[in-house]
Ligand binder design. Structure first.
Ligand code: AGP
Length: 610
């Protein structure tokens, strides 16, 4: 999720671009850059580090030009470095591009362009765009960009500038946002509203497949067929702070709502629906023999990432039939774990900087064990020190309470478990293809849950006066209950405990009193009846039970106070759905209790100390 800003008008572009980058800093900033066009010459300045580093790099240089593009990067392909920072140019600096998204087929395009004599200077997927535009330019920049994006598979929001066509910026979008700010004698382009709101509130929102030529006094928008279309002007009423959160009151709810897109981005380029295959060859470099040789998997993480690992245990043990030990990194690192040569250690970390997780990774490395990392941050310490990395493409996660990163960690674990199982011949004919269909259906099913949060908000209002709550489940539901209890604890400061549903009667049932909220996750068919009997035990003590189960399980309604029905899916994939209402309950409860939702007391987004 990078930040893009473009300006064309009569004012000096540099200060406007720089201000826009700062306003989009929440979209990622492992590197930044800008390009200005003045008198037919493009000046390009970029580098690794935050936007303030870019400003320092410019220093006292007089940057002139009333046309320019700028970019703050959230790295996907290619680690954070000066060379990988945007804008990217072709062989000459007469064409420059900024891009947000993922080009799935960039490797093949890069190889072909190299064979045709193009010289590349970065590791990024984006650079192929600059070379394609350069190759296709024949006097019409709009046409060159059209031809370039026809060859691209994946997601993009791009802005192209050329020294040969100084009167306009060309932009295009597919799956990633791009907004045009309509000024008076000037116009802007940006990934998000905050970059333009101090200049104009009149905007066009480009739709997928649309392109635009943005001139100082004119904006023309074209549809996929290249026909000019009329766009409705959207007058923005949000203030700048609200705009940073996409109009939501908090980053946490914004990030919960982003989960369907985060899942799509994490799946992108990793499933081949036509062949019904999981394709991780671009991400991982295990040999077939290695995949066959592993006799044990360790999953090591902290907090929410640890809870994702608990789900991973069930997935791997069911599909791959090898033992999986899930350990808290802070325990693993001091337990002298019995790692042996045919073990694989998977570390999970959203930030990639958690001290305990990093220490656990380093400990396993000293024992010669291969490390696979699942992380959300390219260039993070975990990503750099692991042997293999499977990135979650959730985009920057700002709220301390992890939501979209967690759900994409689950997706990464599903992809890994299927990939390992297939490589070991564990899947029936058609089984992998079926899993892929289900994975692809999850974003829309989550959208169904997110479409109406009224009932969830009512439950949150009801439980917000309580100081204690329980979360229960069995099997995969238990792993999700663990995450649900942490979410409620860390956002609303309610003391929440999660229990394996079958365990309550061994002690905790003594704490079940009249009215106490108990969240029961009941999606696993094999143990559904068992979970219902645990719910009956709890109801017999007059607790307030809220159940989460699939549509069609109406019989549960007689046993509890409130049921949330989830869209039906194979119960093997239930965690990706059942966690969403639990995240929402935590969010609305925290809001109701007036808590600091995005920055809970005592907590940090990344625990980089022991
Ligand atoms: C998540 O909601 C929590 N804020 C916290 O437990 C977090 O998951 C944990 O600190 C691990 O962080 P990481 O994924 O960046 O390693």
């Amino acid at each position: 999720m990078c930040g893009i800003v473009g300006y064309i008008g009569t004012r000096e572009a540099y200060p406007i671009l720089l201000e826009g980058l700062y306003k989009l800093e929440y979209r990622g900033y492992d590197s930044a850059g800008l390009a200005l066009l003045d008198s037919g010459v493009i000046q390009l300045i970029k580098g690794v580090g935050e936007i303030s580093k870019l400003e320092e790099k410019v220093g006292g240089r007089k940057l002139t030009g009333c046309v320019g593009i700028a970019h703050s990067r959230w790295a996907t392909h290619g680690r954070p470095s000066d060379g990988n920072a945007h804008p990217h140019s072709g062989c000459s600096e007469n064409f420059v591009v900024v891009h947000n998204g993922i080009i799935e087929n960039y490797q093949s395009l890069r190889s072909r362009l190299k064979e045709q004599g193009h010289r590349f200077s970065s590791e990024t997927d984006t650079e192929v765009l600059a070379h394609l535009v350069e190759q296709y330019y024949d006097g019409d920049l709009l046409e060159a960009v059209q031809r370039a994006i026809e060859e691209v598979r994946g997601s993009y929001a791009i802005v192209v500038m050329s020294a040969y066509d100084p009167e306009r910026l060309i932009c295009a979008r597919k799956h990633n946002p791009l907004i045009i700010g309509l000024g008076d004698g000037e116009n802007m382009v940006a990934s998000d509203l905050p970059a333009i709101l101090s200049h104009t509130r009149r905007t066009y929102f480009l739709e997928d497949g649309e392109m635009a030529e943005v001139k100082a006094n004119e904006v023309n928008v074209f549809n996929q067929q290249g026909e000019r279309i009329e766009k409705e002007i959207f007058e923005v009423t949000w203030d700048a702070v609200a705009a940073e959160k996409g109009g939501y009151p908090h980053f946490m709810i914004k990030e919960i709502m982003e989960q369907p897109q985060a899942i799509r981005e994490t799946l992108r380029g990793r499933i081949d629906a036509e062949r019904g295959k999981v394709c991780l060859a671009d991400d991982l470099h295990f040999s077939c023999q290695e995949l066959k040789n592993y006799r044990k998997i360790w999953i090591v993480a902290c907090g929410t990432a640890y809870h994702a690992g608990l789900v991973g245990k069930y997935l791997f043990e069911k599909l791959v039939r090898i033992p999986v030990e899930v350990d808290l990194a802070s325990e693993f690192r001091y337990r002298d774990p019995m790692l042996d040569k045919d073990s694989l250690v998977i570390v999970i970390s959203q930030s990639g900087e958690t001290a305990d997780t990093l220490a656990a990774l380093r400990l396993a490395k000293t024992k010669g064990i291969k490390i696979l990392a699942i992380t959300n941050v390219v260039g993070s310490s975990v990503a750099r020190e692991a042997d293999e990395v499977l990135f979650t493409w959730a985009g920057p996660e700002i709220a301390v309470a992890s939501t979209k990163a967690y759900i994409t960690q689950l997706i990464a674990l599903y992809l890994l478990a299927i990939y390992f199982a297939e490589s070991r011949g564990m899947l029936e004919a058609g089984e992998e293809a079926n899993y892929i269909k289900i994975l692809q259906s999850l974003p829309e099913k989550i959208n169904e849950i997110l479409a109406d949060t009224t009932a969830i908000e009512e439950v949150a209002a009801k439980i917000s006066s309580w100081e204690n709550a329980f979360f229960i489940g069995r099997n995969l539901d238990y792993a999700v209950a663990m995450e649900g209890s942490l979410k409620l604890k860390e956002t609303s400061y309610i003391h929440a405990e999660s229990y394996a549903a079958g365990e309550l009667k061994h002690g905790a049932l003594a704490l079940i009193t009249k009215g106490i909220p108990v969240f029961a996750v009941a999606t696993q068919e094999e143990v559904f009846e068992k979970t219902v009997s645990n719910i009956k035990e709890i109801k017999a003590r007059d607790a307030f039970v809220i159940a989460f189960t699939f549509q069609g399980k109406e019989e549960l309604a007689e046993e509890v106070d409130q049921v949330f029905y989830l869209p039906c899916v194979s119960d093997f994939f239930a965690p990706v759905l059942s966690v969403v209402p639990l995240q929402l309950v935590s969010y609305y409860t925290a809001v109701k209790r007036g808590c600091s939702v995005d920055k809970p007391r005592n907590l940090a987004k990344s625990v980089t100390v022991e």
